[in-house]
Design a protein around this ligand. Structure first.
Ligand code: NAD
Ligand code: FES
Length: 279
């Protein structure tokens, strides 16, 4: 249980694990996530379930090495065991026949948008996907996204691949071309989800975003993941992670994500120097 069966390096900073978790694989639905602990004293790390294969008893997770724990996770090898994998957690994404949907993934956000896009396609929606990254070498899951999309658009910030610009620029272009859009799903950096929600707001296009605040228990007990949606406090782990982007207070979320910036920096520096606890 919890054994890493397969490891792939997708980009310089993004890795994929296939983890043996038969019970989670059997129950997971698109939009749900797991919380991992690498060892007994480890930090809890929330990760979207990118794919669940119940017949093989595996789930697929994709992560970016941003802080100390994810860097440490990146050093794990095939055959290693993750101490805890808890899930599936969170409310599954709303999958219905909406008509024409636009699925937008920014950077590593393409990984969590993939299972939702796939489910929306299987439900019979016409799927337009927009995936973006800083540069060509960071574009994620292009072939997988192409296989489940009726139209796929790629953007890079530096113009090294696809259209130069942000994913939100491509969305604006499609709207300006007069494409009718019934629903948008956007996952990526908070600023991207904020900007996409502002692009769709004037057109009344319902826009779902998947939030990624700091989480601790992942089961609604600690309040660490609270966000403000439509003026109300919601717990992302049990009320989300999907919310209506037009109602989310993104500025508050961005501020809350910065709370432990100093501690995270120190932990990362100490890890780099081989100091600190092996969490
Ligand atoms: P990044 O900074 O490389 O940005 C990825 C893409 O998002 C860009 O290529 C661009 O198209 C778009 N984008 C960025 N800034 C924008 C702006 N100001 N306006 C419009 N579009 C913009 O992202 P990355 O390094 O791959 O991702 C890192 C962030 O994504 C982390 O903060 C991580 O926590 C977050 N993330 C969120 C989720 C989630 O569930 N919401 C999942 C994975 C990662
Ligand atoms: Fe503790 Fe959501 S992570 S309440």
């Amino acid at each position: 249980m919890n054994r890493i069966l397969k490891k792939r390096v997708l980009t310089s900073e993004i890795k994929l694990f296939e983890v043996e978790t038969p019970l989670i694989a059997k129950r997971a639905l698109p939009g749900q996530f797991v919380v991992l602990r690498l060892n007994e004293e480890g930090e809890r790390i929330p990760m979207t379930i990118v794919e669940a294969r119940p017949e093989e008893g595996v789930i697929l997770i994709i992560f970016q090495e941003v802080g100390k724990s994810t860097k440490q996770m990146g050093t794990m090898k095939e055959g290693d065991v993750i101490a805890d994998v808890i899930g599936p957690l969170g409310v599954p994404s709303e999958i219905e026949k909406f008509g024409r949907v636009v699925c937008i993934g920014g950077g590593v956000g393409v990984a969590p948008v993939y299972p939702i896009t796939k489910a929306l396609k299987e439900m019979g929606n016409y799927v337009i996907s927009i995936i973006g990254a800083r540069s060509k070498d960071l574009v994620l899951l292009e072939e997988r996204m192409r296989a489940i999309s009726d139209e796929l658009y790629i953007t890079t910030d530096d113009g090294s691949y696809g259209q130069k610009g942000f994913v939100s620029d491509e969305l604006q272009r499609l709207i300006d071309q007069g494409k009718k859009i019934d629903r948008a799903i956007a996952i990526g950096p908070v600023i991207m989800m904020k900007v996409v929600s502002e692009v769709t707001r004037p057109y009344g296009i319902k826009t779902i975003v998947s939030l990624n605040p700091i989480m601790v228990d992942g089961t609604g007990m600690c309040g660490a993941c609270r966000v403000e949606v439509g003026g109300e406090t919601k717990f992302t782990c049990v009320d989300g992670p999907d919310f209506d982007g037009h109602l989310v207070n993104f500025d508050l979320l961005m501020n809350r994500l910065r709370i432990y910036e100093r501690e995270e920096k120190i932990a990362l520096e100490e890890y780099g120097q081989g100091k600190g606890r092996n969490l």
